[in-house]
Design a protein around this ligand. Structure first.
Ligand code: AMP
Ligand code: MN
Ligand code: MN
Ligand code: MN
Length: 280
């Protein structure tokens, strides 16, 4: 069953395939009632369509997915319900974009060295349209015939621990949590099972996240199975976190992931929904 609430997805403003307006149209077509566009490190896509979403009767919540690191591990923190005009979030977007642009140059240089071939940076800029992310490098490597597909590009060159996984410029997790909270939003630890942390390390990460002011965690993500959702529900309950849910939709794909596709969210008596914290 598809959820009518989806609080995590991407547009062409970051590494999504659909332009913001096309994403809103897809959400309407899939009977989504409440949506948050959470592009990596920018709210440009959200700002572009907030009026349009309103006209169409869609409840569009301000959103962002901020890149950060904790103990050297790349961690994503979703922000929901910020005041999009707050100077703190505007400055955060500016500095994150600056880091992302410098990082793209570094990734290109590292890939050139590793692959012993020139990387055409302007081709990657053209592929990205908006800000450059690792998926654009993956697409470029596929287009150049250097790898068979994007998965292989991540496995060999761009995924965690590989040469193109440059994260040294990102701020500390605690810092991005504070940016979100100061601009009136709720910080949500994104896809907690993506980081391949041991249970102890995940709990340490959550403790640091909460100490910085984070109160919510995604417990229902796209393509997650019931067992994983159950695991995260238990952690949310034990640690007293609000739960959030989002598909992390990046565009139509062969895996069947789409807006609203995720495990069913538990009843409010079991885990309070982050939407209630945003409304409060
Ligand atoms: P970046 O924001 O440049 O660090 O790129 C991170 C994005 O790359 C994620 O949000 C995903 O969209 C994508 N990504 C990360 N790891 C993988 C992977 N193993 N396979 C495919 N896509 C990935
Ligand atoms: Mn992405
Ligand atoms: Mn993410
Ligand atoms: Mn995402």
């Amino acid at each position: 069953m598809a959820s009518q609430i989806d609080l995590h997805c991407h547009t062409t403003a970051s590494d999504g395939a659909l332009a913001p307006k096309a994403l809103i149209d897809r959400a309407l077509g899939r009977n989504i009632e409440t949506l948050a566009i959470t592009d990596h490190d920018t709210m440009v896509g959200y700002r572009e369509v907030r009026e349009y979403a309103k006209e169409q009767g869609l409840n569009l919540i301000p959103g962002i997915e901020l890149s950060s690191q904790w103990r050297g591990i790349g961690i994503h923190v979703v922000g929901l319900g910020m005041d999009p005009a707050h100077p703190v979030i505007i400055e955060a977007e500016r500095s994150q974009t600056e880091v992302r642009r410098a990082r793209a140059k570094t990734i290109a240089t590292k890939l050139e060295k590793k692959l012993q071939t020139e990387i055409d940076f302007s081709a990657i800029e053209a592929l990205a349209g908006g800000e450059i992310g690792r998926p654009h490098f993956a697409q470029y490597l596929v287009d150049q015939g250097l790898v068979a597909d994007r998965q292989t590009a991540f496995k060999k060159y761009l995924g965690a621990g590989k040469v193109g996984d440059v994260k040294s410029g990102w701020p500390e997790m605690e810092t991005v949590v504070k940016w979100i909270v100061e601009s009136g939003g709720q910080a949500v630890l994104a896809h907690p099972l993506h980081y391949n942390l041991t249970r102890t390390k995940l709990l340490n990460c959550i403790a640091a996240f909460q100490y910085a002011g984070g109160k919510a965690m995604e417990i229902c993500c796209g393509l997650m199975d019931k067992n994983q959702a159950g695991q995260l529900k238990k952690i949310a309950q034990d640690e007293g976190l609000y739960g959030s849910c989002g598909s992390d939709f990046h565009g139509p794909n062969k895996f069947g992931l789409d807006l609203g596709v995720m495990p069913v969210f538990p009843p409010a008596s079991e885990v309070p929904h982050v939407l209630d914290a945003i409304r409060a």
